[in-house]
Design a protein around this ligand. Structure first.
Ligand code: HEC
Length: 150
């Protein structure tokens, strides 16, 4: 019971600023979610995106995904060389043909409600939530991805 209350409270704390219509930023909203939900497998000891690309299989076996511990490392997967990867991995699949969620979606939180709330925060932060790959994205679409640091 205590744990449920605590989870509900934590959820409220993260959801309130977003519901209030404030701008979502990496520093204020995203960094904390990543530190709680993702850093275990995406920390400073994890490979950079480039290193990861050279041996995906070996890193995956060791439960290491590419680094997500800094704004810069995260941006590679938001609007950099691997633009859209963050969105594809975190998407809940509700607006896709096959209805399948991305394989990092379940890590967003322990409960369905928590995942929905955290996904909403990521969506607001990104601005233009797209599941397209880097090469399919037009300049305009890339520019629509906000993902502010501060
Ligand atoms: C239990 C370990 C673990 C957790 C927790 C985890 N990941 Fe991952 N992640 C991985 C592994 C391993 C890979 C590489 C294998 C793959 O692509 O699925 C990966 C890959 C990714 C990729 C794809 C990178 C690429 O190749 O383009 C993204 C984006 C990502 N994770 C984001 C996240 C986010 C955001 C969270 C937190 C909400 C998270 N992950 C939580 C282990 C994890």
């Amino acid at each position: 019971m205590g744990r449920i209350l605590l989870a509900a409270f934590a959820l409220l704390l993260t959801a309130v600023p977003v519901l209030a219509g404030e701008t979502v930023t990496y520093e204020k909203d995203i960094k904390g979610i990543i530190a709680r939900q993702c850093i275990l497998c995406h920390d400073a000891k994890s490979p950079t995106m480039e290193e990861f690309g050279r041996d995906k299989e070996a890193f995956t076996k060791k439960m290491k995904g590419p680094r997500l511990d800094t704004y810069e490392s995260l941006m590679v997967m938001v609007k950099g060389s691997d633009a859209g990867a963050l969105m594809r991995r975190l998407d809940d699949g509700k607006n896709t043909k096959d209805g399948k969620h991305g394989n990092m979606y379940l890590f967003l939180a322990i409960t369905d409600a928590g995942r929905t709330a955290n996904l909403e925060i990521f969506k607001k932060w990104v601005g233009n939530w797209t599941l397209k790959r880097r090469k399919e994205l037009s300049r305009k679409e890339l520019e629509g991805i906000k993902a502010l640091e501060k």
